[in-house]
Design a protein. Structure first.
Length: 129
């Protein structure tokens, strides 16, 4: 099954690296959306079908934690899994985000294999094969 994935990071370069890692890892992608902050991500989430959000924490306008809080408030977190991809992950913050419903955390820098492992796990790829 091909996934619609939303990449949320204020760095165009990091979004390109994650995109390349997804492709190198062989993740089956239908559409790849990109947002530079949480506010842009919410606009996309409200307009498009998204299967998975890969999101940074530290961003201008609306950070990743605020985006997750909005997704909790409007119920999106129940149907759209969120994985944090960040270097700014203190243990208390990661615990708080997991308690809010974030499914996993990928530490930057990462490998394509780590991206694939997390996407497969979060999306249930291969569990019924």
């Amino acid at each position: 099954m091909a996934f619609n994935i939303l990449l949320v990071d204020d760095s165009v370069t990091v979004r390109a690296v994650i995109s390349k890692a997804l492709h190198l890892a062989g993740v089956d992608i239908n559409l790849l959306y990109q947002a530079g902050n949480g506010q842009e991500a919410l606009t996309i989430l409200e307009a498009e079908w998204i299967d998975l959000v890969l999101c940074d924490i530290s961003m201008p306008v609306m950070d990743g934690e605020a985006l997750v809080a909005h997704m909790v408030d409007n119920g999106m977190i129940k149907s759209v899994p969120v994985v944090i991809v960040s270097s700014a992950g203190s243990e208390p913050r990661i615990v708080r985000l997991r308690e809010m419903g974030v499914r996993d955390y990928i530490q930057k820098p990462f490998t394509p294999e780590r991206i694939r492992e997390v996407v497969d796990n979060v999306m249930g790829v291969g569990k019924n094969a």
